[in-house]
Design a protein around this ligand. Structure first.
Ligand code: ADP
Ligand code: MG
Length: 160
């Protein structure tokens, strides 16, 4: 049977099989919700169709520098008809616009982090992009808001 695995041809234009897309936003510096709102607008005007946005989840910073403020996380469900790497380019350009240096170290306070958690049921293992996001299934701050916006079959795929 012909395989339609997109992992073999990640650059090809999506025909919908990468959808829906689940993004996770996080941040723990002043103005996080305003940053999230600007990021959602920027995604929308750049071709990412926002379908559903979770309530914000506020949770303590774990593993950050001492005294780091609480994180706020939201999950965003949407549709993207470009390639996965075009979406990553877009989310990374939004992170930089919002004041996050491109060489930002892991595990320190950040203005905004946008992770691509799922692209439908696809699995991608590219140097710059792993989908499903490898740490998502062990992060309550991703799973809890995602339950509000994800269809049950994709939620089961994410938690598997
Ligand atoms: P974290 O999100 O764990 O705090 P970073 O955002 O600093 O880590 O990691 C960014 C790097 O992760 C980028 O270089 C990006 O190419 C890579 N990356 C791999 N898979 C993904 C993904 N699914 N979503 C976002 N970035 C990813
Ligand atoms: Mg990230």
């Amino acid at each position: 049977m012909h395989s339609s695995s997109t992992a073999e041809a990640p650059e090809q234009k999506s025909t919908g099989s990468f959808n829906p897309v689940l993004l996770s936003f996080g941040g723990n510096l002043d103005g996080t919700m305003e940053r999230f709102e600007r990021a959602l607008r920027r995604l929308s005007v750049s071709g990412f169709k926002v379908l559903n946005v979770s309530e914000p989840l506020v949770n303590p910073a774990v593993g950050c520098e001492p005294g780091a403020g609480d994180f706020t996380n939201i999950s965003v469900l949407g549709e993207w008809n470009g390639t996965p790497l075009e979406l990553l380019d877009l989310t990374q350009s939004i992170e930089i616009e919002e004041g996050r240096p491109a060489d930002h170290p892991h595990w320190v306070s950040r203005t905004i982090d946008i992770d691509i958690i799922l692209m439908g049921f696809q699995r991608l293992d590219l140097p710059r992009l792993k989908v499903p996001h490898p740490l998502a299934s062990s992060r309550d701050f991703v799973l809890t808001p995602s339950r509000q916006v994800l269809p049950p079959d994709l939620m089961a795929f994410l938690e598997a």
